[in-house]
Design a protein around this ligand. Structure first.
Ligand code: HEC
Length: 281
């Protein structure tokens, strides 16, 4: 009796679930959700970008990383922090101790600190063990200086966005006027005042104005031609490094682990052959 009752309740439950599922499907077919611009061809996928660090055996091109750091220093650091990176980490992209000391000392934004005598807010020059200081004291100051938009920290940006370095590269080089076809299909994505049209950004309009605008904006020391495209590539490569400074050792360790496992497979196979040597199977 109880069992029958329980089965009945269960059957009723399944029937209600089935019924609501049916009507959800019918509703989707009759009245589909409106297409968002992100799902159309107007929103572009990141451009192709090939970096030396790509692939299983990828290694960083340190000269490129140094150029990218220079772009960060001269352009991006005015608005974006890389708070997870310390000056001394720059040894990873080929700077020596003396160079790092000089870079830290000469950094435009001082390190916030406290006056030990009075306890008041103060600042001091950076030293190699400091993390890169943020350009703004806090979010409110950052927004106040940027038309109420917040320039995000860039340390992990290439990990945080779909497309990684290619996305950053595409954003930096992808500013373009909105086409008439786009505005016809999606009148409400028309660029509002204070934003900038960029089809690689999810909402098609980004608060950051184009930052890399002219060839030669940064003077490279290694003879590479500082075209807009090159600067964008270099700073994107640099941001791959800030997000994963240990990439090279990860690649090397991964390779060793695979080698070890292959060796181990061979040993296991040998042991198997040995144990079953005298048994017909
Ligand atoms: C004048 C200030 C300013 C400068 C200089 C600047 N940015 Fe930005 N950036 C912003 C602001 C503001 C946003 C937030 C945009 C938004 O949310 O619409 C932003 C957003 C970004 C984003 C995030 C896009 C996303 O998906 O959220 C990336 C990546 C970026 N900037 C990279 C750079 C790089 C690289 C440089 C140096 C070449 C740079 N920016 C220079 C102000 C700046």
């Amino acid at each position: 009796m109880v069992r029958n009752l329980a089965m009945l309740v269960g059957a009723a439950f399944v029937a209600v679930l089935g019924w609501s599922l049916l009507w959800t499907v019918v509703g989707q077919i009759k009245d589909p959700a409106p297409a968002t611009v992100e799902a159309t061809e107007f929103h572009k996928h990141p451009k192709e970008l090939h970096l030396a660090s790509d692939g299983w055996f990828g290694k960083y091109d340190k000269r490129q990383l140094q150029r990218g750091f220079q772009v960060y220093q001269e352009v991006c650091s005015a608005c974006h922090s890389i708070r997870l990176v310390a000056f001394r980490d720059l040894s990873g992209i080929g700077y020596n101790d003396a160079q790092i000391k000089a870079i830290a000392k000469g950094w435009k934004i001082p390190q916030p600190s406290i006056n030990p005598e009075t306890g008041e807010v103060a600042s001091r020059p950076n030293v190699p063990s400091d993390h890169f200081p943020a350009p703004f004291a806090n979010e409110i100051a950052a927004r106040a200086a940027n038309n109420n938009a917040l320039p995000p920290d860039l340390s992990l940006m290439t990990k945080a966005r779909h497309g990684g370095a290619a996305y950053v590269y595409s954003i930096l080089t992808g500013y373009e006027a909105q086409s008439a076809a786009l505005l016809k299909a999606f009148p409400d994505v028309e660029t509002p005042k204070g934003l900038h049209a960029n089809p690689y950004f999810p909402t098609m309009n980004i608060a950051m104005a184009q930052q890399l605008t002219t060839d030669g904006q940064v003077q490279y020391l290694d003879g590479t031609k500082p075209t807009v495209d090159q600067m964008a590539k270099d700073v994107s490569a640099f941001l791959v490094w800030t997000a994963e400074p240990e990439l090279e050792s990860r690649h090397a360790n991964g390779f060793l682990a695979v080698l070890f496992l292959l060796g181990f497979c061979f040993l296991a196979w040998g042991a198997y052959q040995n144990v079953w040597r005298d048994v017909k199977h």
